[in-house]
Design a protein around this ligand. Structure first.
Ligand code: 2P0
Length: 335
């Protein structure tokens, strides 16, 4: 429509987010609807920058990451996402999509959240789609579920929506969460490990299909979310941390009980978890969360971040440690 006219080229930046209440399991694979609501903090480090430029004469999309052509499944997901955008925009124009990630190489930190949030914002602008944040969040979700949350800064909740209903696609999106005075640090311990053996997409499917612990975790995650919202409103770091830690450990328990088991936690992961326990014994509030990989994110007060980072660094000499705070939502760089 005229009010969403495109200029054919746009650049967007988005940051990754770390879930305090996890997304693990889909109710609709095609629409990327989650089984449960999830809640996250968007980071102020590791931005992804994506430029989308329409090329009227091109026959294929050109998709690069860090200057190198994307191939295989990674490329297929981006092209499928562009096909969805084109369908909605009534366009057949191909695009050049160039993405730069700042995540440390080989870190195993999911960049699909920042990646598809940046792509949703840039592609919507380039093709002239709705730029309302809710619409962008729904769209980003189609690329990768967790990307729906990176459209927003600080803390965001992603609603599971109404799978199977006529408005299913419209019903699932993220939105900002109200908190009290609350700006914690997240100390990110990137432990040494090879590439993950199972993609999170395949791993969550196997967990839902085979793990006897999945349904109990999903049910308890509902309670965790309600308690988490209370804790965030109070700005109560200990409560936020305790709830986040048990929700994450429960999620990993569902995977460990899958058949065959999915195990992302490695020996260095457990070493970091031990150091988090030791910090707590020493009177430093610190709580751990882990995603689809061996890395550990430690929630703590900002004033304790350097001490926590030093302890974690000592625990995994071969790793790298980064300190993050709450960061901004996805945005266009060039209007
Ligand atoms: C999360 N993770 O809430 C959870 C916790 C990993 C563990 O979202 O299949 O890359 O593209 O929707 O979003 C990773 O899964 O999966 C993830 P898809 P996604 O952050």
């Amino acid at each position: 429509s005229a009010e969403h006219r495109s200029n054919g080229s746009a650049t967007a930046v988005a940051h990754p987010n770390i879930a305090l209440i996890k997304y693990w399991g889909k109710s609709d694979e095609q629409l990327v609807l989650p089984r449960t609501d999830s809640l996250s903090m968007t980071l102020d480090i590791f931005p992804t920058t994506t430029r989308v430029r329409l090329v009227p004469e091109a026959e294929h999309d050109e998709v690069t990451l860090g200057g190198a052509p994307l191939e295989g499944e990674a490329r297929r997901r981006v092209v499928a996402f562009l096909d969805l955008v084109r369908e909605r925009a009534g366009s057949s124009q191909r695009a050049v999509v160039a993405t730069e990630n700042t995540v440390p190489t080989g870190a195993g930190l999911a960049s699909s959240a920042s990646g598809f949030a940046a792509l949703a914002v840039a592609a919507s602008a380039a093709y002239g789609l709705d730029s309302d944040p809710t619409a962008l969040s729904r769209l980003a979700r189609r690329g990768s579920g967790s990307a729906s949350r990176s459209v927003f800064g600080d803390f965001a909740i992603w609603h599971a929506g109404r799978p199977g209903e006529a408005d299913a696609d419209l019903s699932s999106y993220a939105e900002p969460v109200t908190t009290g005075e609350f700006a914690p640090a997240l100390v990110i311990a990137v432990v040494n490990a090879g590439p993950k053996a199972v993609s999170s997409r395949a791993a969550m499917r196997r967990t839902v299909d085979t793990s006897p612990l999945y349904e109990p975790w999903a049910a308890s995650s509902k309670d965790d979310l309600a308690e988490m919202r209370e804790a965030l409103l109070k700005g109560d770091l200990d409560a936020v941390g305790e709830i986040a830690e048990r929700n994450a450990l429960g999620m990993h328990a569902t995977m460990l009980a899958a058949r065959p088991a999915v195990r992302y936690l490695s020996a260095p992961t457990l070493t970091v978890l031990d150091s988090v326990l030791q910090l707590r014994r020493d009177g430093v509030p610190a709580y751990a969360t882990m995603d689809a990989g061996p890395n550990v994110k430690v929630l703590c007060h900002r004033k304790d971040a350097e001490r926590v980072a030093a302890v974690v660094r000592g625990a995994v000499p071969g790793g790298s440690v980064h300190v993050a705070g709450p960061g901004p939502g996805a945005r266009l760089l060039n209007g």
